[in-house]
Design a protein around this ligand. Structure first.
Ligand SMILES: Cc1cc2nc3c(=O)[nH]c(=O)nc-3n(C[C@H](O)[C@H](O)[C@H](O)COP(=O)(O)OP(=O)(O)OC[C@H]3O[C@@H](n4cnc5c(N)ncnc54)[C@H](O)[C@@H]3O)c2cc1C
Length: 515
């Protein structure tokens, strides 16, 4: 994929241009707003938070900046293309730096495996730890590339709201064995249980259970290998703020700390939104970056829906919840030198733990942790000499009738996590100077995420592509959807790509001037 040179001059949108409302300033909503501004709409973004970025926002405590969500940026070209579509240069506005090793995976037996940027280094690492699986690994890489070409470049960047668009692609799905899960595919290629984990855990990055998510998603490994792993200097908040500046420069406006209660309709068209305060704002088109569950079930509660009615939403599979402990530590920048920017700490179980999280919906005593240490790459996250971390553990979402009561469980679970982390960073708990915790309860209250899910609908085969909420509503002709719960799915590259799809569905509002 190549990012084109900027080739359009986008005029500042005139005051009498058609109006677009974007509900939600997540990366999906912000990228949609930028593209609508470039199309000539007067854009208003409304978000309930006090800052931009949604799950990619940050909070500050005692001099530490806690970047709450995404830490890994793959496929930066989706942003270069977005900026270019707005007549601007991404690299002039945002500073991203490559990270190598991408991450280190550790197991309970003490073994460590680094995912490296160069294929030569990667091959050496595989030969060192999994010598008998080397041939299978090479086949796996080829499998990933094929699925990337078909799934990401092919299907991911086009609208898939017509059944025929999917039916045409069925032979491709069959040929690529989309019926197999990511785990089954990895297990077919390699034998070592640790390597099976290392090649199959990626769906967890986008909310899916590797035992059930279609093997098409092994394409994520190819995204990393082909486009690298990057860090946004200043955190993803910086990226979101840069997106907001483009929207303002285009003549758009952003209304923070404001919740949309209802989408207003007339016949088969939407006419604007009603805020929780009762104020109404009209618009020619509305784009919802809120979760489709909330969009259909709450904001359109007065209407019957063709597809995404209450019972369908309830019977859908939702991604897991997340428990995230953010902490800053005093005078530790020279300690735990073997802990890099990204580390995955496996607990004693892999498939058993997935079963507890996704099937049994039980909070297990053991856990696997993704440990983020941004201070390795970005001194701005902590006071000089200090460190900043987050430790993330996938947990059940809140869908079970007897869901975890996080008011009771937060302190208990934090203590369990502390014990695991003490083995990796001895003495860290005494050095903590600031901390913050997010549980599924917070995902529900902060982002209005159904069941407190971390990533909206799980990306199972019958909840992907045409089966996922479409980017244009079936119910109202000028209502559009972007973001993690829509096609193509969760994760930064996909939510930005959902605005590429939107771009193909929304008519231009004014003529663009070509240079
Ligand atoms: C802890 C964590 C780590 C992650 N790590 C990575 C990573 O390393 N790499 C990666 O690529 N992806 C990662 N992801 C996934 C990625 O962050 C998300 O898929 C993506 O940011 C979602 O963007 P979005 O635009 O769909 O929605 P969101 O970010 O959820 O934004 C939706 C916005 O809508 C607002 N909103 C909702 N309802 C209303 C309403 N009624 N009125 C007004 N506003 C409303 C919310 O406040 C929110 O700001 C991670 C996610 C999490 C949670």
């Amino acid at each position: 994929m190549t990012a084109p040179e900027p080739k359009l001059v986008i005029p500042v949108v005139p005051r009498n241009a058609p109006k677009a409302i974007v509900i939600g300033a997540g990366l999906g909503g912000l990228s949609a707003a930028m593209r609508l501004g470039a199309k000539g709409y007067r854009v208003t973004i409304i978000d309930r938070l006090d800052r931009l970025g949604g799950r990619g926002s940050s909070i500050a405590k005692s001099g530490y900046r806690f970047d709450l969500g995404p830490t890994i940026l793959t496929v930066p070209d989706v942003f270069r293309r977005l900026w270019s579509d707005c007549g601007r240069d991404f690299d002039a506005d945002v500073n991203i730096t490559p990270v190598d090793p991408y991450y280190e995976i550790r197991w309970q037996d003490g073994s460590k495996f680094q995912i490296r940027d160069s294929q030569k280094d990667m091959d050496a690492e595989v030969r060192r730890i999994f010598p008998s699986d080397f041939a299978g690994y090479q086949r796996f890489l080829k499998d990933c590339e094929k699925r990337y070409t078909f799934g990401f470049e092919g299907l991911g960047r086009r609208p898939l709201n017509k059944l025929w668009d999917l039916v045409k692609e069925l032979p491709g799905f069959v040929a690529l064995r989309a019926d197999q899960s990511v785990y089954q595919h990895a297990a077919k290629r390699v034998k070592d249980p640790r390597f099976r984990m290392a090649l199959s855990f990626h769906p967890l990055f986008i909310g899916g259970d590797p035992r059930h998510v279609t093997s098409m998603y092994i394409l994520v490994s190819h995204l990393e290998k082909e486009f690298g792993v990057h860090y946004v200097q200043g955190g993803v908040q910086e990226l979101a703020d840069a997106m907001g500046r483009v929207v303002i420069d285009q003549g758009g406006q952003i209304i923070p700390e404001t919740t949309v209660d209802q989408i207003l309709t007339k016949g088969n068209r939407v006419t604007g939104v009603r805020l929780e305060t009762g104020r109404e704002i009209n618009a020619d088109i509305v784009v919802s970056n809120a979760d489709p569950g909330q969009t259909y079930d709450h904001m359109l509660r007065q209407h019957s829906k063709k597809r995404w009615n209450k019972s369908r939403l309830q019977s859908s599979k939702w991604s897991m919840g997340l428990f995230v402990w953010y902490f800053g530590t005093k005078d530790t920048s020279n300690e735990w030198s073997d802990v890099g920017h990204h580390t995955i700490l496996n607990g004693p179980r892999y498939r058993g733990l997935l079963k507890d999280i996704f099937d049994r919906r039980l909070l297990a005593d053991d856990m696997s942790i993704y440990l983020h240490r941004p201070s390795v790459s970005d001194p701005s996250v902590a006071p000089k000499g200090d460190d900043c971390f987050y430790a993330l553990s996938p947990v059940p979402n809140l869908k079970a009738a007897d869901a975890v009561d996080w008011r009771q469980e937060t302190a208990v679970y934090t203590e369990k996590m502390r014990k695991v982390l003490e083995q990796v960073m001895p003495g860290f708990s005494e050095k903590i100077a600031a901390e913050h915790v997010l549980t599924p309860d917070d995902f529900k209250s902060r982002y209005l995420s159904p069941y407190g899910a971390g990533f909206s609908l799980e990306p199972r085969i019958f909840q992907s592509a045409w089966f996922r909420p479409h980017n244009i509503s079936e119910d109202f002709e000028n209502l559009y959807l972007v973001g993690a719960g829509t096609h193509p799915g969760a994760g930064i590259p996909s939510v930005v790509t959902s605005s590429e799809v939107l771009n193909q569905l929304v008519p231009d509002a004014v003529e663009k001037v070509c240079t």
